[in-house]
Design a protein around this ligand. Structure first.
Ligand code: SF4
Length: 225
């Protein structure tokens, strides 16, 4: 496996831990508001090879013993479970970020992760605008995660037009009974579709309202606004 980027230290990507973040390239969705356009679309390098990544991680393990694998979309890479197994063999805490559109690879990763963050981005009918051709993989991943025994969160960037009070119940139905749901504020910067650079984010109070509605569906709602 190879990676498009490595951020040595992050205080915000792994709950309650300092972590190194690894970025994979490519994605099976095309969210118009994506901030990682350069990773998602025709990324041609430079790459860092898996062995070099592991060497860097092990060298620094006394300072940072947690790793986040994010993208792009990590699960489009068939080698992902083997790489995560190598992280666990070396004693790291591992968090995986995913959009949930590859449940088979996700299932193969479960033994080798300590935490999963899965995006639940919008109501079912709007997912086609993010590039999804079928919702079955999303539904399956939600169940895989809820029943996995691995700690997890579902998370949602509150993008105007995709996440509104009128449709938040439909998102709630998707994750009903989940332990944790996170709302993140949308930042209109360097978006895949430049139109979204000019979209005004929801006000914080509005996102609080979304959180109150979501509270009826899940055990815990966290607002990162
Ligand atoms: S926001 Fe995430 S799922 Fe959407 S295109 Fe970007 S990397 Fe892919």
């Amino acid at each position: 496996m190879r990676f498009a980027g490595l951020q040595k230290t992050s205080l915000i990507d792994y709950p309650d831990r300092v972590a190194t973040v690894l970025f994979t390239s490519g994605c099976n969705l095309r969210c118009p508001y994506c901030h990682n356009g350069e990773l998602v679309h025709n990324y041609t390098g430079p790459f860092i090879e898996e062995d070099e990544v592991l060497e860097t991680l092990v060298e620094r393990k006394q300072y940072v013993d947690s790793v986040v694998v994010t993208g792009g979309e990590p699960t489009i890479h068939a080698e992902l479970p083997v790489f995560l197994a190598r992280l666990k063999e070396n004693g790291f805490n591992v968090k995986l970020d995913t959009n949930g559109f590859n449940p088979d690879t996700l299932r193969d990763c479960l033994l080798f992760v300590d935490y999963i963050a899965m995006d639940v981005k919008t109501s079912p009918e709007k997912y086609s605008e993010l590039g999804a051709s079928s919702l079955e993989p999303l539904f399956e991943s939600i169940e895989v995660i809820k029943t996995s025994g691995v700690d997890y969160e579902f998370r949602c960037t509150a993008v105007p037009g995709f996440v509104e009070t009128e449709t938040i119940n439909e998102i709630g139905e998707l994750v009903k009974g989940a332990k944790r749901f996170i709302f993140q504020q949308f930042r209109p910067e360097k978006t895949l579709d430049p139109v979204y650079n000019d979209v005004k984010p929801h006000q914080d109070e509005y996102i609080s309202k979304l959180g109150e509605i979501m509270d009826c569906f899940v055990d815990e709602v966290v607002l990162k606004i």
